[in-house]
Design a protein around this ligand. Structure first.
Ligand code: FAD
Ligand code: NAD
Length: 466
C-alpha cells in the first residue's frame, strides 16, 4: 500500500471521536482528528451534556432558594433575585474550560487537529478545506443534529422557536414555554426554565413521556413533573407554529386525528429527537451508504462495510449517549491497533438529569417479561433514611431479575442522585450479579444507595425498612 499521511484519521471531535483519537495515539498510532467546529468536544461539551448540566445545577439552586425549600432547612435569604447573565456566564466558562481541556489533551498525546469539514475523496482519503489527507483507517464519529419538525421553523437568534442550542441561550425567562417532545431534552431544558419561573407545557405525541424507559418510571416521572407545575398534553401533535410579533402560535391536534386548537407561547422548544450527521461527508465516494434511519451500519467491532472505515457514536445505531460514544471510541481504537475492544451494549446506563434524577440500565420490566419469567423488587425513596432526612420523598428503586437464575436484568431509579446510584447497578450487571449478590453487599449508611440494596432484598420479598 502507498505511504499514507496517518495510521488513523478520526472525523468528528465529540466524545466518540476525541476519545478514540486519544486512545489510538496512546497505542502508538499516528493520529489526526478533523473537527469543523471552532472548539473540540462535539455536541456534548459545546451545546449538549455540559452546558445543559451547568444550567440544571444553577437553576436547581435558584429554585431551592426561591421556593422556600432552603428556608425550611433554616437557611434564610432575605433578598434574592435571578441574575441570568451570571448564570449564562458560568455555563460558558464550564464549556470553555472543558473544550480547552480537550485541546490540551490532543497536544499532550500528539493528536493533530485538522480544522474544517471532512468529505471523502475515496475509501482512503478525505478532503478538508481543499487539502487531501490519506490514512490507513478512518473512524466516522460525526454525531447527530436536531431532527426538524415540518411546519415549525427553528430560528435560535430570535429566541422564539428554538432547538436545544437556542434553549440554552435564552436572554430572559419566557412567561410560557411550550416544549414539543416529552423526551430527555424536553424535560431537562423544560426543567431549567420552569425552575426559573416559566410556565411550561409539554406537547408529547405518545400517551406518556420518556419513551424507552420502564413504564412505572414513566408514570411516576409524569406525576412528579406535574407536581412541579409542568403541564402535559399527551397524545397530541403539533402541526404548525407561526411567529406573530414576539409570540409563537402553535396549532395542535390529537395524535390520532381530531379537532385542531391553538396554543400561544413566548418560546417553543423543538426536541423531538436527533438524526445522524452524514450530509456533506460524500460517503458514496468511499463506497458507503446509510440505512433507512440515516445511520451508518457497523458490525460488532465497529467496522463499516468498507475495509479500513469504522464508525461510532450517534452516527451509528444505538442510544445517542455521550458515554456510549466514548466507550465505543476506546474499543474501536483498540480494535484498529490490533487489540480486542469490546462494548456490552446490553449494559449502557441512561440518566435524565432532572430533579429528582431518573436513571436506568438494562431491560425494562415490559421487555424482560417478553423474554421470560421475572421477579421484581421495588423500594420507595420515602423509606430510605438519607432521602427522608434530605426531604426527598419522591421516587423508588426497582430491580428486575430473572425468575429462575436471579440474574439482574434491569435496574431503574428515580432519586435525587439516581445518576450516581445507577453506576453500581451497571457494574453489578456487568459482573453478572444476582439480586442476592446486591442484597448481600454491604452498603454505607446513611446513603441513597441503600435503596438499591433494599430493592434487591425486595426481589425475594425481604426488605427491612418497608
Ligand atoms: P458529537 O458529540 O455530535 O460530535 C460530532 C462532531 O463531529 C461535532 O463536533 C461536529 O461538528 C463534527 N462533525 C460532523 N461532521 C463533520 C465533518 N464532516 N467534518 C468535520 N467534523 C464534523 N448524552 C449523555 O450521555 N448525557 C447527557 O447529559 C447528555 N445531554 C445532552 C444534552 C443536549 C442538549 C444534547 C443535544 C445532547 C445531550 N447528550 C447527552 C447526547 C450527547 O451529546 C451525544 O450522544 C454525544 O455528543 C454523541 O457523541 P458523538 O461523538 O457521537 O458526536
Ligand atoms: P427523545 O427521543 O428523548 O424524545 C423525543 C420525544 O419527542 C419523544 O417522546 C417522542 O415521542 C416525541 N415526539 C416525536 N415527534 C413528535 C411530534 N411531532 N410531536 C410531539 N412529540 C413528538 O429526543 P430528545 O429529547 O430530542 O433527545 C435527543 C437525544 O439526545 C436522545 O436520544 C437522548 O439520548 C440524547 N440526550 C441525552 C441526554 C441525557 O443522557 N441526559 C440529555 C439530552 C439528550
Amino acid at each position: 500500500m502507498a505511504e499514507q499521511d496517518y495510521d488513523l484519521i478520526v472525523i468528528g471531535a465529540g466524545p466518540g471521536g476525541y476519545v478514540a483519537a486519544i486512545r489510538a495515539a496512546q497505542l502508538g498510532l499516528k493520529t489526526a482528528c478533523v473537527e469543523s467546529r471552532e472548539t473540540l468536544g462535539g455536541t456534548c461539551l459545546n451545546v449538549g451534556c455540559i452546558p445543559s448540566k451547568a444550567m440544571l445545577h444553577a437553576s436547581e439552586l435558584y429554585s431551592e432558594a426561591a421556593s422556600g425549600a432552603l428556608a425550611k432547612l433554616g437557611v434564610k435569604i432575605d433578598k434574592m433575585s435571578l441574575d441570568l447573565d451570571t448564570m449564562h456566564g458560568q455555563r460558558r466558562e464550564a464549556v470553555k474550560g472543558l473544550t480547552g481541556g480537550i485541546e490540551f489533551l490532543f497536544k499532550k498525546n500528539k493528536v493533530d487537529w485538522i480544522r474544517g469539514h471532512a468529505a471523502f475523496i475515496s475509501a482512503n482519503a478525505i478532503d478538508v478545506a481543499g487539502k487531501s489527507y490519506s490514512a490507513r483507517n478512518f473512524i466516522i464519529a460525526t454525531g447527530s443534529s436536531v431532527t426538524p419538525l415540518p411546519g415549525v421553523a427553528v430560528d435560535n437568534d430570535r429566541h422564539i422557536i428554538v432547538d436545544s442550542t437556542g434553549a440554552l441561550e435564552l436572554p430572559k425567562v419566557p412567561d410560557h414555554m411550550v416544549v414539543i417532545g416529552g423526551g430527555v431534552i424536553g424535560l431537562e431544558l423544560g426543567s431549567v426554565w420552569r425552575r426559573l419561573g416559566a410556565k411550561v407545557t409539554v406537547v408529547e405525541f405518545l400517551d406518556q413521556i420518556l419513551p424507552g424507559m420502564d413504564a412505572d418510571v414513566r408514570k411516576e416521572a409524569n406525576r412528579i413533573f406535574k407536581k412541579q407545575g409542568f403541564e402535559f398534553r399527551l397524545s397530541t401533535k403539533v402541526t404548525k407554529a407561526e411567529v406573530k410579533g414576539k409570540k409563537a402560535v402553535l396549532t395542535v391536534e390529537p395524535a390520532a386525528g381530531g379537532p385542531a386548537e391553538t396554543i400561544e407561547a413566548d418560546c417553543v422548544l423543538v426536541s423531538i429527537g436527533r438524526r445522524p450527521n452524514t450530509d456533506g461527508l460524500a460517503l458514496d465516494k468511499a463506497g458507503l451508504s446509510v440505512n433507512q434511519r440515516g445511520q451508518i451500519e457497523i458490525d460488532h467491532d465497529f467496522r463499516t462495510s468498507v475495509p479500513g472505515i469504522w464508525a461510532i457514536g450517534d452516527v451509528v445505531p444505538g442510544p445517542m449517549l455521550a458515554h456510549k460514544a466514548e466507550d465505543e471510541g476506546i474499543a474501536c481504537a483498540e480494535n484498529i491497533a490490533g487489540l480486542t475492544g469490546i462494548i456490552n451494549h446490553d449494559v449502557i446506563p441512561s440518566v435524565v438529569y432532572t430533579w429528582p434524577e431518573i436513571a436506568g440500565v438494562g431491560l425494562t420490566e415490559e421487555a424482560a417479561k417478553e423474554k421470560g419469567e421475572v421477579k421484581v423488587g421495588k423500594f420507595p425513596m420515602m423509606a430510605n433514611s438519607r432521602a427522608k432526612t434530605n426531604h426527598e420523598p419522591d421516587g423508588f428503586v426497582k430491580i428486575i431479575a430473572d425468575a429462575g437464575s436471579d440474574r439482574v436484568l434491569g435496574v431503574w431509579c428515580i432519586a435525587s442522585v439516581a445518576g450516581t446510584m445507577i453506576a453500581q447497578a451497571a457494574q453489578a450487571m456487568e459482573f453478572g450479579a444476582t439480586s442476592e449478590d446486591i442484597a448481600y453487599t454491604c452498603h454505607a449508611h446513611p446513603t441513597h444507595s441503600e435503596a438499591v440494596k433494599e430493592a434487591a432484598m425486595a426481589v425475594t420479598g425481604k426488605p427491612i425498612h418497608m
